[in-house]
Design a protein around this ligand. Sequence first.
Ligand code: PMP
Ligand code: GLN
Length: 380
Amino acid sequence: VETKLPKVGTTIFTVMSQLAAQHGAVNLGQGFPDFPVPARLVEALTRAMQAGHNQYSMMTGIPALRQAIASKTARCYDWMPDVDAEITVTSGATEAIFNAIHAVVRAGEEVIVLDPCYDCYEPAIELAGATAVHVALNPQTFAPDWDAVRAAITPRTRMLMINSPHNPSGAMFSAADMQALIALLDGTEIILLSDEVYEHIVFDGARHESALLYPQLRQRAFVISSFGKTYHCTGWKLGYAIAPPALSAEFRKVHQYNVFCSFNPAQHAFAEMIEAEPEHYETLGAFYQDKRDRFRAQLATTRLKLLPVPGGYFQLVDYSAVSDLPDLEFARWLTQAHGVTGIPLSPFYANPPAGQRLLRLCFAKNEATVNAAVERLSKL
Ligand code: PMP
Ligand code: GLN
């Protein structure tokens, strides 16, 4: 068949996880926790299934979960979305990103993405017949260059996609970035897609600058999150999108014919969990900060140079003192020769910066996994 996605192969996450399995490597590549989900959540899920919540849910998500999301949003961002008109439960953030793009972006239009960016963005844009316009983040700090974003806007620009805390770098937008973003979008029709899946994994007392905090942004935005990141259950594939009523209505047209509804038992489990333990959101940062700090202290004894990690659960390391291999080759070599798997950065770019020697390591891991990885990395 003539492919619709000539640039797309198998994702780097699958490629590296398979390679890790093949070589018995410690897998710090694909981002997923290797420790258990909260016992209470598993109990709630089991109970939901035993209670018979095994058929289709409401297309938009069960009311109790949408209510819990609304309350949680009010708690975190001092603003409450409308339970019926502005919240849609989805099968992970991936489905929400796909729906948002397909709901509003037409063939021939442009979507600005900031490189490096998560790998599901561009294929969804291309399937909509649109073009991804890549604007580079700062190669050292991964901060946005708002002048460059402004210069990339054309009459065809339909959407701007942002992601803070950022995958793969962990960089976070500042309050000044949000003000620059407001000024940039003011007077345009550009829709914002704010990918905030790591919203609660923030460190050192920093505030996550959600688009929901700013009326000028949330009135034109799809804000997307994922329970997979917040509750250590990436395989459950449950997330949600918050958007104004008119945008949510278009979003739901895609959602209802994409999946119709998401896994019903998990919706019940999260509704219960959010109500029962609202403080989870405030404690998650400290939980991961502890993991980050231990990981960094251990890595400091190796020849890898550590970049700062303001948020998220990935550590970028500069390996140029160890090897001059390009990152894809280095990631393969590290797996094969040293039994540790990370994710190279170049698949996150349309045009990877020449000579960049960075690898992404996931620290959402238990102590034994990290110890095993660091022991191997210290032999580099
Ligand atoms: N966006 C970003 C930035 C991510 O890192 C991920 C997960 N790795 C997703 C979206 C997708 O989230 P989900 O697994 O809920 O589909
Ligand atoms: N979001 C995860 C990461 O960045 C990967 C998810 C996936 O494998 N699609 O590692």
